[in-house]
Design a protein around this ligand. Structure first.
Ligand SMILES: Nc1ncnc2c1ncn2[C@@H]1O[C@H](COP(=O)(O)OP(=O)(O)O)[C@@H](O)[C@H]1O
Ligand SMILES: [Mg+2]
Length: 317
C-alpha cells in the first residue's frame, strides 16, 4: 500500500473498473424510530456517473443527508441497495467495505464541527492517511505525511506552511479548504459535498465552488452535491435530483430541470429563489459568479492561506 508521498499531484484520474454508473441506488428506504417510524428516505433509485456532478436538492428535512449517509455506507438501509463501482455494499466483507469507503469521502457544511480544535492542521489533514494506511503511522512516517499534507494543502490553494497552526486561526473558507484537502488525502473517486458552501459569504462561496470545479476537472472526481441553494446548483450541477419528503420527485439534466421543471414541487422550489432566473440556466449563473469573483480581492486572501485576525467571521452565518 502506498502513501503517495512522492506524488506531485493529489491523485491521478481513476481508472474505471466497471462499465456502468459509479454509484447505483436501487429502491433505497430508511426508516427511523420504532412504533411509528419516520420514513426519511422512501424508495429512492438513482444512478451517478463517473465524473459528473449530481446535485441533490430539496427543503430542510426532506432526507438529503440521510440519503448521503446511506450511499456512503454509514447507515444501513431498511430496504434497497447501494452499488459502488458495481459492488453491492451489503455484500462486502468489513475489510472490502473499508476499501470502498476510502474511495468515497464527505465534506460537510461546517468543517469546524468535524475538526478537533486541539489538532494541528497537519494532523487533521493526515488523519485519513493514518487511519487507513499502516505505513502512515509511527514516528518514521511523519516527514512523509507532512510532505503529502503540504501537497494537499497546495492543491486546495492553501500555503503548505500552515501545517502547525490550529483550525481557529483560519476563516470559514480556509477551514473548508482544509476539509477538502483532508477529503482528498486518500485519492477518492466520489466526494459527497453536503451544503459545502452554505455557511460561507457569497464571495468566499464563489472561490470554493471554483476550487471544487477545478479539482473535479483535474482529478476526474464525481460529486454528489447537496444544496438547498438553487443558484449554487445552477452553477455546479450536470444533473439535478429533487427530493421531497424522502422521495425523488424529479431527476434530469440541470438546465432542463431548472428551466422547465416538470414537478409542481420543483416549480415551488424555484419560485422561492428570487436570485435565480431559471431561464438563464447554468452558463448564465457561471458568468454571474465570474463577474462577482473577478474584481474582488477575497480569492487572493483566501488562497494565500493567511490566517485571519478575526477567525470565525463568516463561519457563523
Ligand atoms: N439519526 C436519526 N434518527 C432519527 N431521525 C432522523 C435521524 N436522522 C435524520 N432523521 C430524520 O429524517 C428526516 C430527514 O432528515 P435529513 O436527512 O437530515 O434531511 P435534510 O438533510 O434534507 O435536511 C428528518 O425528519 C429527520 O428528523
Ligand atoms: Mg442535511
Amino acid at each position: 500500500m502506498s502513501t503517495d508521498a512522492t506524488d506531485t499531484t493529489p491523485a491521478t484520474t481513476p481508472t474505471p473498473t466497471h462499465a456502468g454508473p459509479l454509484l447505483e441506488l436501487d429502491g433505497l428506504r430508511k426508516e427511523f424510530g420504532g412504533r411509528r417510524p419516520n420514513v426519511a428516505v422512501d424508495d429512492v433509485s438513482l444512478d451517478v456517473h463517473e465524473g459528473e456532478t449530481l446535485a441533490l436538492v430539496g427543503e430542510s428535512g426532506c432526507g438529503k443527508t440521510t440519503l448521503t449517509r446511506l450511499l456512503l455506507g454509514l447507515l444501513e438501509p431498511t430496504a434497497g441497495s447501494v452499488r459502488f463501482d458495481g459492488r453491492d455494499l451489503a455484500a462486502l466483507t468489513a475489510s472490502e467495505l473499508r476499501g470502498v469507503r476510502r474511495q468515497m469521502q464527505v465534506v460537510l457544511q461546517d468543517p469546524y464541527s468535524s475538526m478537533n480544535p486541539r489538532m494541528r492542521i497537519t494532523d487533521i489533514v493526515a488523519e485519513p492517511l493514518v487511519t487507513h494506511d499502516p505505513e502512515a503511522r509511527g514516528r518514521r512516517a511523519r516527514a512523509r505525511n507532512r510532505e503529502r499534507v503540504g501537497e494537499l494543502l497546495e492543491a486546495v490553494g492553501l500555503d503548505a506552511g500552515i501545517q502547525d497552526r490550529y483550525p481557529h486561526e483560519f476563516s470559514g473558507g480556509q477551514r473548508q479548504r482544509v476539509s477538502i484537502a483532508r477529503a482528498l488525502a486518500l485519492h477518492p473517486r466520489l466526494l459527497v459535498l453536503d451544503e459545502p458552501t452554505s455557511a460561507l459569504d457569497v464571495s468566499v462561496q464563489a472561490t470554493v465552488l471554483d476550487l471544487l470545479a477545478d479539482l473535479q476537472r483535474r482529478l476526474g472526481l464525481t460529486y454528489v452535491f447537496v444544496s438547498h441553494n438553487l443558484a449554487v446548483v445552477a452553477q455546479v450541477a450536470d444533473r439535478v435530483a429533487v427530493m421531497s419528503r424522502g422521495r425523488l420527485v424529479e431527476v434530469g439534466e440541470a438546465a432542463s430541470v431548472l428551466r422547465t421543471p416538470r414537478h409542481p414541487y420543483t416549480r415551488q422550489l424555484l419560485d422561492a429563489v428570487p436570485v435565480l432566473d431559471p431561464r438563464r440556466g447554468r452558463r448564465a449563473a457561471a458568468r454571474t459568479s465570474a463577474q462577482t469573483d473577478a474584481p474582488t480581492d477575497a480569492p487572493a486572501g483566501e488562497a494565500a492561506g493567511e490566517p485571519t485576525a478575526e477567525p470565525t467571521d463568516e463561519a457563523g452565518r
